[in-house]
Write a new protein. Structure first.
Length: 475
């Protein structure tokens, strides 16, 4: 088959094949097991020698659709509760297809004024949704990890400048270690960002007052008084128990001691959308930098994240490359987003965000946030009423942290029992929920963040947990 130029007329048909497969796939999605083991063997068909001439457009796309629609993890369906994995709203998913159709190089205004404008608009909309001042700078990133990297790179730039060094030009040589403080809730991705920035994964000091990892504010106050310019990471929220750091109180301390406050709000920033949950993120509008994900609670397809920075000019200083204009004005229509974040060439990842916000508005996304919170409380209620289940943390957003604890099973056997339960849940595939270690015990911590999820899905989750648990203890 060879050269794609020969089959250029197949381009629309190839997309048509995807579109025609979409209907049956999406209709089936609410009823599919999260992972269908009967099709697991199909992934082997991806393998083979590098094709010499290739099978041609139609055959290759047909194969990928056949294997993918059967063997993929159906995690965009309503019953994937492991980690924090969002779904894709219909508009966001279509926006993502449009991104591929148009294939914009969105790093430079020159290569796509359309994608640049879309990015500027969605960043403004997102700031408004979260209650952040419009003057904040921002950039879209592939993920919250990259958004944390972006915010913490700005923090590093600010901190080095306090020591008289332009870290963008000169690097870290000769500087002391940057003091970084957080609670025990700090996520691995913030550590990864510190690691990539040459600051060291272990440079963050966690100041905790209990085994859950809650912040010791008094200790933070003391440490900051002694540390000189320092960086605080507030976690809004935490993936195991669903708790939040006290962002407002941390902003007070940052102000008092002249520290930089970075908020990792990968999923929790969306609590700002509802008056029922906004108290959890009070103070985010005082942060120096913030990171969040689109592919979690905004329910846009992977890869989607965003970072905001109070002093918009720091983004350009931290990421502007050699010979590039450093300081675009925040309202600069001709902005080159590749100078404001860690990427250079990048896709137009604003489009799915634009589509979902245009389609459902702030109110639609607020409704989703509130429904997920209600569903989490619904599951919390089931756990409370079930003698064989034990709630381990209060439900405050969408995470329900609990374990299987049937009467008569000794405490020392519970970790192993729950670990096996987590493994069997995944093997079973009807629902997906995995285990973590919370306050020293093995626990399940399903997260409800998919727009498709309803009470029936939650009922099934509870029923499957009880069924497998009963089987494991022979009852
Ligand atoms: C609090 C928090 N921060 C950061 C991340 C990293 O997000 P991503 O995997 O999108 O990079 C996660 C992911 O679960 C998270 O829960």
């Amino acid at each position: 088959m060879g050269d794609p130029l020969i089959s250029r007329d197949d381009a629309a048909e190839a997309l048509g094949m995807v579109a025609r497969a979409a209907g049956p796939y999406l209709d089936a999605l609410p009823h599919l097991p999260v992972r269908d083991l009967t099709h697991a063997h199909l992934v082997k068909e991806l393998d083979g020698p590098l094709p010499e001439d290739g099978d041609g457009t139609i055959a290759a796309v047909a194969d990928l659709l056949r294997i993918g629609t059967r063997a993929a993890t159906h995690s965009s369906g309503p019953r994937f509760f492991h980690f924090v994995v969002g779904g894709s709203t219909p508009a966001a998913q279509a926006g993502d297809w449009i991104t591929s159709l148009l294939d914009q190089a969105s790093g430079l205004w020159l290569t796509s004024p359309f994608a640049t404008q879309a990015e500027t608009v969605v960043l403004r909309w997102l700031k408004e949704m979260f209650g952040l001042p419009p003057s904040y700078g921002g950039v879209l990133t592939p993920s919250a990890t990259f958004a944390n990297l972006t915010g913490l790179a700005c923090a590093r730039h600010w901190w080095a400048a306090r020591h008289g060094v332009d870290v963008t030009a000169e690097g870290l040589v000769g500087l002391p270690r940057m003091p970084v403080f957080s609670s025990g809730y700090v996520h691995a991705s913030s550590r990864k960002a510190l690691q990539l920035l040459g600051l060291g994964r272990d440079s963050v000091r966690t100041l905790t007052r209990d085994d859950a990892g809650r912040l010791d504010l008094a200790a933070l106050d003391r440490e900051l008084a002694a540390a000189g310019p320092a960086v605080l990471i507030a976690n809004a929220g935490e993936v195991n128990g669903g708790d939040f750091d006290p962002v407002d109180a941390m902003a007070d301390l940052a102000e008092r001691h002249g520290a930089w406050l970075h908020v990792d709000g990968a999923f929790g920033l969306f609590a700002a959308l509802s008056p029922r949950t906004a108290h959890l993120v009070r103070g985010i509008e005082r942060a120096d930098s913030l990171a969040a994900d689109g592919h979690k609670w905004l329910n846009v397809p992977y890869e989607s994240g965003f970072a905001f920075v109070r002093d918009a000019s720091v983004l350009g200083r931290a990421f502007g490359s050699w010979n590039a204009a450093y300081l675009p004005a925040p309202d600069d229509e001709f902005v080159n987003y590749n100078n404001l974040g860690p990427e250079s060439s990048r896709r137009a990842r604003a489009l799915p965000i634009w589509a979902t916000l245009r389609a459902y508005g702030r109110a639609g996304h607020q409704a989703m946030v509130e429904r997920h919170r209600d569903l989490a409380h619904y599951l919390g209620g089931i756990v409370d009423r079930s003698p064989e289940l034990e709630l381990l943390a209060p439900v405050n957003l969408f995470i329900v942290c609990f374990r299987f604890r049937p009467p008569g099973v000794p405490e020392e056997e519970l970790d192993d029992l729950n670990r096996r339960l987590g493994e069997e849940l995944i093997e079973d595939g009807r629902v997906y929920a995995g285990t973590t270690v919370y306050r020293g015990v093995v626990a399940l911590r399903p997260a409800i963040v998919n727009w498709r999820t309803t009470t029936e899905d939650i009922d099934l989750l509870a029923a499957v947990v009880k069924e497998i648990g009963a089987r494991l203890v022979g009852r």
